[in-house]
Design a protein around this ligand. Structure first.
Ligand code: GDP
Ligand code: MG
Length: 174
């Protein structure tokens, strides 16, 4: 069975552990140790093919706290910057040139398997702008974008199935 590795990246408190644990154990807790980096393995069937998915839940350094209006605005701007920064880091570390996405309309194809996640979609209902901006950015990059809720179990499996599809599509079988 092919083994795939996925790494969950993002700032502290955005919901990486909750997403990972919901996928692996199908549970949700009100808190997770923010300092622990854990690797899980789960067999998963995607499009009729079984594989083993290894998920690395990384530990962020910061923690979001309040859910005020300011927090939401800051988070929106921050999320955009964070996701751009992470994408650059991923390409840099893999030594792959960032695809040219300057060509307006059409969406490009991501050279590396990346799925963008907007977490905690149960919490904030007024995120239209953020959602639209993230969706168009993702499209520009050729990366699938999912809004998830680990709490409500919305789109969680879909994210991990999609990353498997992305890996299969971009990294050929040895
Ligand atoms: P991490 O630092 O990125 O791993 O973030 P955590 O997974 O530890 O989540 C931070 C906080 O947000 C915890 O209190 C979680 O219970 C909460 N949280 C995570 N996912 C969700 C979600 O989908 N909905 C809600 N309402 N809260 C969530
Ligand atoms: Mg965590």
């Amino acid at each position: 069975m092919r083994v795939f590795s996925a790494v969950v990246l993002g700032a502290g408190g955005v919901g990486k552990s909750a997403l990972t644990v919901r996928f692996v154990q199908n549970t949700f807790a009100d808190s997770y140790d923010p300092t622990i980096e854990e690797t899980y393995r789960k067999p998963i069937k995607v499009d009729d093919g079984f594989c083993m998915l290894e998920v690395v839940d990384t530990a962020g350094a910061e923690q979001f706290t309040a859910q005020s209006e300011i927090y939401i605005q800051l988070t929106e701007e921050r999320s955009m910057r964070d996701v751009e920064f992470l994408r650059h880091q991923i390409y840099r570390i893999r030594g792959v040139p960032i695809p040219d996405t300057g060509s307006s309309l059409g969406s490009s194809t991501s050279a590396l398997p990346i799925v963008i996640v907007g977490a905690k979609s149960d919490l904030i209902s007024e995120r239209e702008v953020s959602r639209d901006r993230m969706a168009s950015l993702s499209q520009e990059w050729g990366c699938p974008f999912y809004e998830t809720s680990a709490k409500m179990n919305w789109n969680v499996t879909e994210v991990f199935e999609e990353i498997v599809r992305q890996i299969r599509a971009t990294i050929p079988e040895e």
